[in-house]
Design a protein around this ligand. Structure first.
Ligand SMILES: [Zn+2]
Length: 335
């Protein structure tokens, strides 16, 4: 293939894979495996209503061909997509948005006012991600982040409502995992698209009691107090279903909320306990893993410790980094 002269001409050559993995949920909601890192790790969602459609989070550049193939499979024309509802600008959620926007002529990208500038000019986002992941892994995993034209970006105010086909979606700011996070409340269907504000729940850790769930405290804006308040704010809507990026629909929300809140409090305590260690990461990591193994057992998980550890290994590393970053901000709030 000839090299592309411009980014735009590259976009038109996005190959469409044969089969995206889709999970059909009630009320016109479909999860698409974004194939981020590995299958079953990250889910973008499509909401369809009365001939119109929206994506909730989109994965990375590598996810875009799967999302476009999913539209084809669902019989949704690219011109019918009104919104990219980007819950926050972490790259596993929004890294592919610039590329995808070029394929969806009528879509607007809805972003928290704190996140929007970073999608219009991703320079700082790229630098921040390289600091977490390293230069080479960043390039391999995320590729080239394309900006979104400012006129196609819409700033989401707290509590505002948007129409999608025949339904109304309420968008509320939910800091705690990230300052630039909002969630999408579909009150008529008692559903919330929670991004990362309602944790991570891999289907591999499901038990007869239901899903297992852990909070994500990734760098660099985790704030336990705000996070607990945001969970309470979501609970006030009494949702039946939470749609998570990692991994899609969970029900039994009160039980999961209690599990999450218990862990957020405990992880903050663990971080403080190790704040003055010579190597805080070691102690935080060990205590977090011990907590997760204990809770997974309590919730009926029968997998071997090593298998539970493997399922949560990436989150253990990122959560540890995020807790250390929180400790540093607590110590030096202006830093
Ligand atoms: Zn995130």
């Amino acid at each position: 293939m000839l090299p592309c002269a411009t980014a735009d001409s590259c976009d038109r050559e996005v190959p469409v894979p044969l089969r995206p993995t889709l999970y059909r949920h009630p009320h016109g909601i479909t999860a698409i495996d974004a194939e981020y890192l590995y299958s079953g790790h990250a889910a973008a969602h499509v909401i369809e209503d009365s001939g119109r459609a929206a994506f909730v989070d989109v994965g990375t550049n590598a996810s875009v061909p799967y999302l476009l193939a999913a539209l084809e499979e669902l019989g949704i024309d690219r011109t019918a997509v009104d919104y990219l509802l980007l819950t926050h600008v972490h790259l596993d959620h929004a890294g592919g948005a610039g590329t995808l926007m070029r394929e969806l002529p009528n879509a607007r990208a809805l972003l928290h006012p704190r996140g929007a500038p970073h999608m219009i000019d991703p320079t700082r986002l790229i630098a921040g991600a390289k600091a977490v992941y390293g230069e080479e892994p960043f390039r391999r995993i995320y590729g080239e982040l394309l900006p979104i034209a400012a006129e196609r970006v819409y700033l989401v105010q707290d509590g505002e409502r948007v129409r999608l086909g025949g339904r109304t979606l309420e968008l509320i700011h939910t800091p705690g995992h990230a300052q630039h996070h909002y969630v999408i409340v579909d009150q008529a269907h008692r559903s919330i698209f929670a991004g990362d504000t309602f944790g991570i729940s891999y289907r591999a850790l499901d038990t007869e009691r239901g899903p297992f769930i852990v909070p994500t405290t990734t760098p660099t804006q985790f704030d336990p107090g705000q996070h607990l308040a945001s969970i309470d704010r979501m609970l006030a809507y009494e949702p039946e279903s939470m749609y998570l990026m990692h991994f899609s629909r969970v029900t039994g929300v009160p039980r999961l909320a209690a599990l999450l809140k218990e862990q957020i409090t405990e992880l903050a305590r663990i971080a403080r306990t190790h704040a003055d260690d010579r190597d805080p990461a070691n102690g935080i990591r060990a205590d977090m893993l011990a907590l997760w193994l204990k809770l997974a057992r309590r919730e009926g998980c029968r997998l071997a410790d090593a298998d539970i550890g493997r399922a949560l290994a990436g989150d253990l590393t990122l959560n540890t980094q995020g807790l250390i970053s929180w400790l540093e901000r607590e110590r030096n709030p202006r830093g």
